[in-house]
Design a binder for this molecule. Sequence first.
Ligand code: CO
Length: 208
Amino acid sequence: MNISQIFANNKVWITEKLKGNPEYFKNLSLGQSPEILYIGCSDSRVSSEELMGAKPGEVFVHRNIANMVPNTDLSVMSVINYAVSYLKVKHVVVCGHYYCNGVKAAMQSEDMGILNPWLRNIRDVYRIHRHELDAIADEDLRYKRLVELNVQEQCVNVLKTADVQKAYKERTLTVHGWVFDIKTGQLVDLEIDFDKILVNIMEIYRII
Ligand code: CO
């Protein structure tokens, strides 16, 4: 894809949208009230809105390497704060994906510079779930399971924030852990039982 093609594509897109509704962009300019916050990987193959069939205005999106929610990252923390406390989203989704290079890189014994502290968070996920992961003999399956457990831990990180704890207590918010399978195109709900996970740890992380 070359850069000039992008601008040609944009013109075609505008024409198509206006054909369906001449007020399309005028309506978009009035504001947004998305019900979903989606936190996913930056991977170019995981095109968040496209895989969900979401239209502009429907999903508030944050993407970074390996869909992480580190509490020291001002960007993801600001996104969660704004989406939950101001936009009042009803759902927070953390969506990982199989064949995630970020997760794979975290499993290598290699100095990756500035990526070291970012990927270290994934090594911590491995440590927390070491017994389960070490018991998986097949390397591909172990790597896939780490992708899933990383989603689970990032969901727990979402639940550690004050904004989410407040909304969760008021029962206005649901947290979801999903995985996108690049090989099949399928989006899978991991159906994580947060009540079960949180029962043992929430006393530690409760703020509200
Ligand atoms: Co990825």
